[in-house]
Design a protein around this ligand. Structure first.
Ligand SMILES: [Fe+2]
Ligand SMILES: [Fe+2]
Length: 304
């Protein structure tokens, strides 16, 4: 791991989230997860504003990138921009289906975070001049040309079907467990945090897009807090009844092909470097974080 990446994950505000993916002690299954109320209080302390970010150097950097680099960067940017918009809009029925008030209050804060993440990308695109479009709706549509089909499978089939089911029947806890597994463990925990880690590291090492890096670090810190909620919820559910532990395992297996597909840009060719790292390195990073979280949830063997 590079110095800058190590420095980031060891930052006090990142560690404060208690996301097992960040903590070595999770390898031994030993992590004190925050309570839902503590997660809410941390949210109050970890506020930030997209309007404070200065993208003037980012605009100059973007104008200087060769066309093929701009094109390659668009896969990650588009996946995040549209991914944030989709998760913001799917979280309402999950919040309503959560069984306690403390969980629902935390998930309300998460809806606000996901909205802020959409606003962050929208402002970056606007200030940097990434696309021709001049409003949020049109930007989302224009940038969607860069996605791959697995992205739609993950969000529009796997996630949407669970969330639609929860909207019809908010008392269906097993479906909520599946939805949280997919949303917090797979989409946020494995995919978003892996993409963020490598994109931030690449830009830090190359001294590019400083406004974007500053904002994306804030997004990553928010995601660790969200994943910490997911780990706590799934641990409680898995301990309450084996049918929920089974639902977690089932969802991880069912979503694995689509999740792995999202790690590969549509233009990827065997052996290619993805902004300084191999596809296998990104897979390893995602799997290591998932394993740590599963150990803390109680669904993977721990090192002695
Ligand atoms: Fe987000
Ligand atoms: Fe999130």
């Amino acid at each position: 791991m590079s110095d800058t990446a190590a420095h980031r994950t060891e930052r006090e505000d990142f560690q404060a989230t208690s996301d097992p993916g960040l903590l070595e002690s999770a390898d031994r299954g030993e992590v004190k997860l925050l309570s839902y109320t503590e997660l809410y209080q941390l949210w109050e302390r970890q506020q930030w504003r997209t309007q404070d970010l200065d993208f003037s150097q980012d605009r100059l950097d973007w104008e200087g990138f060769p066309d093929d680099e701009k094109f390659q960067r668009m896969y990650g940017l588009s996946s995040f921009f549209i991914g944030e918009q989709k998760v913001a809009e799917e979280l309402g029925p999950m919040m309503r289906a959560a069984p306690t008030e403390e969980m629902r209050i935390f998930l309300c804060t998460q809806i606000a975070d996901e909205a802020r993440h959409v606003a962050f990308f929208n402002r970056f695109y606007e200030e940097v001049g990434v696309l021709e479009s001049t409003n949020l709706q049109d930007r989302l549509e224009e940038t969607s040309a860069h996605l791959n089909p697995k992205f739609h499978e993950l969000f529009d089939e796997l996630l949407s079907s669970r969330v639609d089911k929860l909207a019809r029947d908010p008392g269906d806890l097993e479906t909520l467990v599946e939805a949280v597994t997919l949303y917090h463990m797979v989409i946020e925990g494995m995919l978003a945090l892996t993409g963020q880690h490598f994109i931030i590291t690449y830009n830090e090492e190359n001294g590019t897009l400083p406004g974007f890096v500053e904002g994306f670090n804030n997004v990553a810190r928010d995601e660790h807090r969200h994943v910490a909620f997911g780990a706590r919820f799934l641990r409680e559910m898995a301990q309450a009844d084996t049918k929920y532990a089974d639902a977690i395992q089932r969802m991880l297996i069912e979503s694995a092909p689509a999740a792995d597909g999202v790690l590969q840009p549509p233009w990827y060719e065997e052996g290619m470097d993805l902004f300084g790292v191999s596809l296998d390195e990104t897979r390893e990073f995602a799997m290591k974080a998932l394993q740590r979280r599963l150990k803390v949830i109680g669904l993977a063997p721990v090192a002695s």
